[in-house]
Write a protein that binds this ligand. Sequence first.
Ligand SMILES: Cc1cc2nc3c(=O)[nH]c(=O)nc-3n(C[C@H](O)[C@H](O)[C@H](O)COP(=O)(O)O)c2cc1C
Length: 357
Amino acid sequence: MRMLPSRLPIIQAPMVGSLSPLVIAVSEAGGLGSLACAALGAEHLKEQMQAIRAATSAPFNVNFFCHTPPEADDEAEARWVARLAPYYEEAGLSLSAAQRAAGRAPFDAAMCEVLEEMRPAVVSFHFGLPEESLLSRVRATGATILSSATTVEEARWLEARGVDAVIAQGAEAGGHRGMFLTDDIGAQPGLFALLPQVVDAVKVPVVAAGAIADGRGIAAAFALGATAVQLGTAYLLTPQAGRSELHRAAIRAGRDDMTRLTNLYTGRPARGQMTRFMREHGPMNPEAPAFPRATGAIDPVRAIFEKAGKDDLSLLWSGEAAALAREEDAGVLTRRLWDDACDLARGLSGAFPGQPG
Ligand SMILES: Cc1cc2nc3c(=O)[nH]c(=O)nc-3n(C[C@H](O)[C@H](O)[C@H](O)COP(=O)(O)O)c2cc1C
């Protein structure tokens, strides 16, 4: 059973939009910083990894999506763009500005070559695993390989294909659901239900993810059998996360009941803070083009709204525990999270009613 190479069993979740500064701060503090690569081409991937290596010798994780890109469906995409016409009009933008670009690319041979050259300590995947020929090349680099499971069946599938650890992603989690054997979002279990059942079902270590944002959540995850935790939203207010002011404001204002799963922005369900776009067209809509092709229609008009300081069309990815996120240096946060979890665990034996003090 291979464990994480970092000193602390805390993974900063890969988050598209956060780059090397966050990875460096977390890895230097003893956690496992993660670089999200779905929106980086192979060239930028190498640059980002070089920047991390120049700043720290600590291990880090690089993360990839591994979806199968859909065929372009011009008719469906044109219908989707037409649906967005009122926003284009409001922004004073011609509908012809809508892009057909997909925005998020799956793991491919060019990215694999960068891994073979740079040899990161950990590689994680979302939406299953890449095809076996690519996966075996990643394995040959010696990297520890992780991937997200949102059900027990997905966890078993990943274990059967040789991952070193499974990330159990509860329904509370911010960002895209990693689901790949099901598309039934109503059947996605929360972390308290999912984690112990995945721990019972597989022999590899299990990493817990989903609305863990402080020492209490970490201690609870370990009590349920986790070997490590992965936190995303908790890091969004750190200066190193590099999020937009609009995203930061939404996280600061976050409450337990303010997120929804939506497919409007990319075509796949992802959890984010509620927006006007989600209220008016979703939050789930069967007409959204298949992942990741929904992105191109909204991107240009969203940029204009954002320039005017409006988050009506913004992707405000967030888990259900945004209210627990703190404005703190990412390294300080990493150490404090672990110290708080350890303090809590030490105090727990006296905390059960009826337990002799
Ligand atoms: C802003 C944001 C972006 C994310 N991007 C990715 C990503 O690129 N790759 C990935 O595997 N997971 C991504 N996730 C999901 C995380 O891996 C993790 O499951 C989630 O952050 C855990 O829930 P939490 O945000 O409540 O801590 C993202 C999450 C957030 C909040």
